[in-house]
Design a protein around this ligand. Sequence first.
Ligand code: SF4
Length: 345
Amino acid sequence: MQRRQIVYIPKPTPMERFSQKHLCIAQLCEQRSCELKMINRLKEQQKSLKHRKHGGKDFKDMDHAGFFGVQMLREDKETLKLLDMMQKMSALEAENTVKDFPVFGVLEDVFLTGIIDTLHYDKQRKVVLSDVKTLNKDAELFVAERGEHEFQVGMHKLLFDSMVNGHVKREQYIEHLQLQPRQTLGTKIQGLTQSLGYPSNTFGELLDHVLTTMASSKIKRIAKLKIIYLVEGKDTKTSSGTMWVQFKEGQLRSELKGYLAYWKGQREPKGVDIEDAWKCETCSFKENCEWKNHDLVETRMDCRLQNGSIETGSGTGSKINNCHNSGEVCVQYLHKVSILPTPGT
Ligand code: SF4
């Protein structure tokens, strides 16, 4: 009797399950805040997309409605993005301030994208990346978000520097985004490439022009990273201070590796750490969150809070504990120790 051969079909990775060809930095920041929350949001998004498709609307057509009022192929749309980026690169090289600069590249075998708020030259003729954030007056929320802001600007620098140093390769761009290099560009798009100085008939030709021009840019790196915090008033926003961010490449890369391990299916997703348990209080998924309702409450740590008063410990990295008095994770400790930036610094 012929023996049946057992064929193992690998489980799809989260990248495949959520149909992600690439990840954007904003999404990694969301993951950094709480991985489970991000996954729940993606699931909801998937459901609503299915609903829209089944609701009779031609979502594909809407998605492809284009720049010239006609349907466009993905290669045409990518061309427009790349041309926009190249115009901004020229403006920056001419020492103008540019906004919404798109960055991309492959790190840890995943295609990442992001948008830099502002790039400009300072008086010492160094390129400065600057990002504006609205200050959250809630102390522990601010401290948590500050970590995400630092991660975001650091990742944007990493991608920008790799673009202008010629580390983005044609094959990576084509393979990760599943584009066709031989695809002929639309007639109007071809005209645009010509008028902007990158004459191309196919997407591959345009991509070659762009990658070569980028790699020969006179700008080789972003020298400084800063975050400007604004405070929201009744009708206006006023500056509350500037934070200069130190670029710690090793730390950034290892953090990134940890997040991407989930996307590659190398580990199970997880919820917030015990220190960040306060985030669950305002989370819209908290009712059905296994992590909050089981894993987190099960965590036992040495309690530093006795009868509501802080006995020891300082700094936001200190542990908060399961309080046996309230039976819930106590947020009081972090309320007391969080730090806001000094205005005007
Ligand atoms: S309840 Fe807490 S752990 Fe669960 S998804 Fe929300 S923030 Fe994350």
